[in-house]
Design a protein. Structure first.
Length: 46
């Protein structure tokens, strides 16, 4: 997962200067948000 986060950070940074990467950064952001929600809901409640 660390590698995926590194790629996402790179794309977010590059999207500021490369307009074509903005949609890619938006899609990755949405997928990371969904993964975060799913991961939190999978944790057992104490």
């Amino acid at each position: 997962m660390r590698e995926a986060t590194q790629v996402y950070d790179y794309v977010k940074t590059a999207a500021k200067t490369t307009p074509g990467l903005k949609p890619v950064a938006d899609q990755l952001a949405e997928r990371f948000r969904k993964a975060g929600i799913r991961k939190k809901s999978d944790e057992p409640e104490e």
